[in-house]
Ligand binder design. Sequence first.
Ligand code: CAA
Length: 382
Amino acid sequence: MTKIGIDKIGLALPNYVLDLKDLAAARGIDPNKYTIGLMQEAMAITPVTQDIVTLGAQAAAQILTEEDKATIDMVIVGTETGIDQSKATAVYIHGLLGIQPFARAIELKEACYSAAAGLEFARNHIANRPEAKVLVIASDIAKYGLNSGGEPTQGAGAVAMLVSANPRILELNWDNVYQTRDVMDFWRPNYSPYPKVDGRFSTEQYTDCLQTTFEHYRLQSGKELDDFAAVCLHIPFAKQGLKGLRALQPSPKHEERFFEAIRYNQQVGNIYTGSLFLSLLSLLEQSKALKAGDDILLYSYGSGAVCELFSARLVSGYRDQLMTDRFEQMSKRQRLSMEQYEELFFETIPIDEMGNSPELPEDNSPFVLTKIENHQRIYHKH
Ligand code: CAA
């Protein structure tokens, strides 16, 4: 059987960050609630010139060669921060990246889950066309609103994965198991800029979906937790992942790997569809204990709810495809004051009756939203 999986992974984060100790001080909350209670340190903040298109394009541009762009025949974007009810984010990104025209471009939605489905669709597509490559992007901005319960778990960023035959990072094993249950733990009505959240219920659903799906996975696959060198989970905030992992009765080695797998998430916050893959990237780049041939179990959870368990095997030489200076890159982000955070993250774009906005502020990021003209979002590539 053709080996199919993740050949390259790219990450885009906005240039701004809020330290959660500053948020705690401003909200009159003990900072330990955020750093110990939620196990989070900071959250990535976008200005109005950055959205899921610019972040997604930036993450993908980092990893794609001209040859990749000539070979990709499908672009899938998983997101729950859609910028348009009709046109797919993937179409904008396809254009900005200059991917060959005879490609399919679609957007998938199911809360934080959909990029995992995208990965599975990519694998099935390549199983039928081994010469094809598929670009799967998870791009989101998690914004709960000022003074909201979820405020300390906000974040923004995108992860791009190039899926191909004979991948150089991870081979996807054919063992996916999933579950759907119609619950109202987290959702965002069309008229609302922020999600509605039943916080405690959502944390219970996350863990119950994990436990029940894992039981199903064991029966289907015949695999036990000990067959895996590490478990990677969706990380809305790190403590949630730890509670989920502990519900599976992990071994000490799994807990050690878990703490390597949350390091990037703790500095970024929730990036919804990308959180699982940000955690995977953290594990692969930060763990010295992993080796080629190791299997990793992945848990994707999207409120509403759909979840999936699947596994992947590390390929010989996988470290050559990864970065070693990610923390150095993150340390270049500008730390915002509370005033700047409240202004920047919650700014909205004014539009006149003709559908025009003013020119937006300067931003020298690789991809930028420059204005809205005649109701059309105008992007610029630097
Ligand atoms: N020192 C140390 N720890 C402290 C503390 C202090 N001073 N004060 C509180 N804590 C601890 C609490 O004991 C608690 O830890 P445990 O759960 O281990 O007991 C933790 O800090 C959080 O405290 P609370 O439960 O009181 O916090 P809260 O009610 O303010 O909100 C939340 C927590 C409901 C998760 C809220 O952050 C929220 O609504 N978040 C958004 C929803 C979410 O992320 N849900 C996750 C599952 S759904 C999902 O995964 C999809 C998705 O991405 C959204």
